[in-house]
Design a protein around this ligand. Structure first.
Ligand SMILES: Nc1ncnc2c1ncn2[C@@H]1O[C@H](COP(=O)(O)OP(=O)(O)O)[C@@H](O)[C@H]1O
Ligand SMILES: [Mg+2]
Length: 238
């Protein structure tokens, strides 16, 4: 909650969703304030990606309510609100054979806006996206999402497959994006460390349910315990 009476950037209530009529995530309730970064953690298969896709409306009919800036994503205001949610799914969401500039053009994102956000992209505008480094491709993908000025941004495993230093840089950039645009960011991460470092708050998901919530700083202090109870793959082989 933003705490000042204004509607949060993203508000999800009682969201139950899944595939082919089978629910995978249950009764998810969360909110992300403007300029806030909320981490969503959980082991493989916990339901993190499903949660993001359901929030974005990709999974068809589901139970629950999603509001962006206080406006429901379904119903009459649905079409207007859809563009207020940006989603960056796993993997590099760029077209490798198109140039960086063409990738931005296709997303209707002004290259000046993108390079202001990520100056690293400036000398790469005329290069094919496929020859950019993994980190630069991820910046381009982020710019494509963020440059459309969504109120809520959903990001799945930004750090996947990237070197630690590159991840740190991307995540600190995410912090500036949240601050400068006022967007609320829901960030799925597997790495406790990355999430703890960038998120104001973290939610811990296990078997499709949100089991715990704590400030990012607390996650660092309780890292070992959280890893063991919710995230580890070794102690829960039952
Ligand atoms: N397209 C799909 N069809 C059916 N089941 C799926 C599909 N995608 C994911 N699942 C199942 O939903 C559960 C949660 O998956 P997912 O949301 O991808 O977890 P996470 O992102 O936390 O690793 C898993 O049991 C997975 O097998
Ligand atoms: Mg996933």
């Amino acid at each position: 909650m933003t705490g000042d009476g204004a509607a949060p950037a993203l508000e999800v209530r009682g969201l139950t969703a899944g595939y082919g009529g089978m629910a995978v995530v249950h009764d998810v309730t969360l909110s992300v304030g403007h300029g806030e970064i909320v981490g969503l953690l959980g082991r493989n298969g916990a339901g993190k990606t499903t949660t993001l896709m359901a929030i974005a409306g990709f999974l068809g009919k589901h139970e629950g309510e999603v509001r962006v800036d206080g406006t429901p994503l379904r119903g009459p205001a649905h079409k207007r609100s859809r563009g207020r949610v940006g989603i960056l799914l796993e993997g590099r969401s760029v077209f490798p054979s198109l140039t960086t500039r063409q990738n931005l053009d296709l997303a209707s994102v002004d290259p000046d806006v993108a390079t202001e956000m990520f100056p690293e992209l400036k000398p790469k505008l005329r290069l094919r996206a496929g020859v950019l480094s993994g980190g630069e491709q991820q910046m381009l993908a982020l710019a494509r999402t963020v440059g459309r000025h969504p109120s809520a941004i959903l990001i799945d495993e930004l750090s996947f497959g990237l070197a630690p230093t590159v991840c740190e840089r991307l995540l600190s950039r995410l912090r500036s994006v949240a601050e400068s645009t006022g967007a609320g960011i829901l960030l799925v991460e597997q790495g406790v460390h990355y999430a703890a470092g960038v998120a104001d708050r973290v939610l811990i998901m296990n078997e499709g349910l949100i089991r715990a919530e704590m400030p990012g700083a607390e996650l660092i202090a309780r890292e070992e315990e959280i890893e063991r109870i919710y995230l580890g793959g070794l102690d829960d082989a039952a």
